[in-house]
Design a protein around this ligand. Structure first.
Ligand SMILES: Cc1cc2nc3c(=O)[nH]c(=O)nc-3n(C[C@H](O)[C@H](O)[C@H](O)COP(=O)(O)OP(=O)(O)OC[C@H]3O[C@@H](n4cnc5c(N)ncnc54)[C@H](O)[C@@H]3O)c2cc1C
Length: 587
């Protein structure tokens, strides 16, 4: 044992008798200062009479976190919980041990400190569907005011639209710099007959530069937006505080939580509600550790069952394909070595917060399109445009963050290091494969078991395959041919038996190199009382338990189209209003 092991054992040893200290009273306790928890803490502390406690396991990230180009690096630090999915049968075959990583942010701001900042609200039919499933109050007309309330919108040309607002906390802007390749992507879209759209406005379908959570070239997180800008004596934030259990009394009422900070165990009590915002993985885990979950599963682990509930079921993720690389004959893509050795690039960012360093890890533009499989008018594929590829950092960050196997990287990507290329990630928008999250043991320090069952439904692969075909058509436009765009055709090891670019080759390639979008949702699904899989009601109250709500991505009953974070801020804003309404006699 080295010293760290000893410290770890001391903290984590389940045999250690817990000696609890301190015990102040709050009105509300919020667990997790991520995208949703930050909103809740801000909005609830607007009421000066309430005392709010926000507990966060991680710490405040340093200033480097705000530099968009470095987004990938933070996944390799302690600001990531470092989760991996269970070994997959049909996916992640090109990753070490067939396990894709599932990064989650640990720190003030939560996963919004690791994410690519892409701000998309989803399609209006997504929310109308939530209502039709029995979630009264969640139609598009109901949620639009909260999307607007959250944002400080500053995109020239779309600013005065009735879909946007300039006075919220969360910055929404365009990246202040675009490569010529990103502009070419938009031109290619128009050449193919698509419109350039504000995908957060009237029409989602079409092409656009990404709208991002960035203010003047710097990342905005849940914490920088909602916590840093306020200073209220009635809001207490404790970092480095890891919650291990929700305290629930004999009347099935949540009255506090148990947490550990600096090896000291604490219990803290509140008079009104416990609000879980620990994210799709950790909120579900905390519910189960506290006795709320599937009866047999909890009994197997000797956890006393307080409420039998389908926690951990209905877990969905957006998956796409990482391996579509197009080589170009001009020096226009983002190559890490070129950027790192160009002092002008640094100076431009330092002085003006502009230039290539303001691009979030190469993601620049996107398109929402419908393939022949789309069952309704919602787009069923997103094409995410990246002005680089998996080799553009010479294997230093992405390869490790994504757990790419040495064999795959060395065969397909090493030979093109230092060469210019762009890529498109085609992403299936309403995935059919459904996963499940379970506890591995009753030890709160052990990561849960996450099996997303990727591609267990064959439609997901077929839709991505259609997306690949659309992406290849884009590369053949006049706009992209001006750069001599050409598909990189080194075969993925494991797919060598198939003819390159045949449908079967792509099916095999998708299974080897899926892109995780890290949009996992649904483990504490919201639904009507008649929905046996629902964990929370449309007011986000946990069925069967009093004074406990879940307010984060885990309550989403179906996947919104695009990226999920804008929807999570919306959930935080809406939940805060619902909570204020519940306690309005006190306001
Ligand atoms: C690499 C990556 C890229 C992404 N890119 C995008 C993107 O471009 N656009 C987009 O819309 N979405 C993106 N996402 C997803 C999006 O950022 C997340 O879905 C969103 O931030 C989740 O918000 P949340 O409030 O549900 O949870 P989180 O933000 O994860 O917050 C949970 C918080 O709870 C804390 N916590 C957990 N357990 C405990 C405990 N036991 N005790 C105390 N605190 C605890 C965590 O440390 C964390 O701070 C990306 C995600 C990743 C990982």
């Amino acid at each position: 044992h080295n010293f760290l092991d000893i410290v770890k054992n001391y903290i984590h040893s389940p045999g250690n008798e817990k000696k609890f200290t301190s015990n102040s009273r709050y009105d509300f306790i919020i667990v997790g200062a991520g995208s949703s928890g930050s909103v809740l803490a801000n909005r609830l502390s607007e009421n000066k009479k309430w005392r709010i406690l926000l507990l966060e396991a991680g710490y405040m990230p340093n200033f480097l976190n705000r530099i968009p180009l470095f987004v990938g690096y933070f996944q390799l630090t302690g600001y990531n919980w470092g989760y991996n999915v269970e070994p997959q049968k049909n996916a992640c075959l090109g990753m070490v041990n067939h396990q894709c990583s599932w990064p989650r942010g640990r720190g003030l701001g939560g996963t919004s400190i690791l994410n690519y900042m892409i701000h998309t609200r989803g399609n209006k039919f997504d929310y109308d569907k939530w209502t039709s499933l029995g979630n009264v109050g969640w139609s598009y007309a109901d949620v639009l005011p909260y999307f607007k309330k959250s944002e400080r919108f500053n995109v020239p040309g779309i600013k005065n639209s009735s879909y946007h607002n300039e006075n919220g906390y969360l910055c929404v802007e365009h990246v202040p710099y675009h490569t010529k390749l990103a502009t070419t992507f938009l031109n290619a879209g128009q050449e193919l007959g698509y419109k350039i759209v504000d995908y957060n406005g009237q029409d989602q379908k079409g092409f656009s530069y990404i709208q991002v959570n960035m203010g003047h070239g710097k990342r905005c997180t849940g914490a920088t937006a909602y916590l840093e800008q306020i200073n209220r004596p009635n809001l207490e934030i404790i970092t480095g505080a890891r919650v291990t259990k929700i305290l629930i009394d004999a009347d099935k009422r949540a009255y506090g939580v148990e947490y550990i900070k600096d090896t000291v165990w604490k219990k803290v009590i509140c008079s009104k509600e416990v609000l879980l915002s620990a994210g799709t993985i950790d909120s579900a885990k905390l519910l189960m550790l506290s006795g709320i979950g599937p009866k047999e599963h909890l009994e197997e682990l000797n956890i006393p069952v307080i409420q039998d509930s389908k926690v951990g079921y209905s877990m969905y993720e957006h998956v796409g394909f990482l391996g579509l690389t197009f080589m170009v004959n001009q020096s226009e893509s983002l190559l890490q070595s070129r950027l790192l050795f160009d002092p002008n690039v640094f100076l431009e960012y330092l002085l003006y917060k502009r230039g290539p360093i303001s691009i979030p890890g190469g993601a620049e533009a996107l398109a929402f399109i419908s393939t022949k499989y789309a069952p309704d008018e919602r787009p069923d594929v997103e094409l995410l445009f990246v002005s680089g590829s998996l080799h553009s950092d010479n294997g230093q960050v992405l390869k490790r963050a994504l757990r790419l196997s040495e064999d795959l990287y060395d065969t397909v990507y090493k030979p093109i290091e230092e060469q210019d290329a762009w890529s498109i990630w085609p992403i299936v928008q309403y995935p059919r494969s459904v996963g499940r999250l379970m506890l591995r043991s009753k030890d709160p320090f052990e990561p849960p078991k996450m099996d997303p069952n990727f591609f267990s439904h064959p439609a997901d692969i077929e839709i991505i395959l259609e997306g690949i075909k659309h992406a290849i058509n884009i590369s053949k436009t006049k706009a992209f041919q001006a750069y001599g765009s050409r598909l990189h055709d080194l075969k993925i090891p494991g797919c060598k038996q198939f003819e390159f670019a045949s449908d079967d080759y792509w099916r095999c390639a998708i299974k080897h190199l899926p892109s995780m979008m890290n949009h996992e949702i649904g483990t504490a699904k919201m639904g009507a009382r008649t929905d046996t899989y629902a964990v929370v009601d449309p007011q986000l109250r946990v069925y069967g338990i009093k004074a406990l709500r879940v307010v984060d991505a885990s309550i989403m009953p179906t996947m919104p189209i695009g990226h999920v974070n804008a929807g999570i801020y919306m959930i935080g804003e809406k939940a805060a209003d619902m909570i204020k309404e519940s306690w309005k006699s006190e306001l």
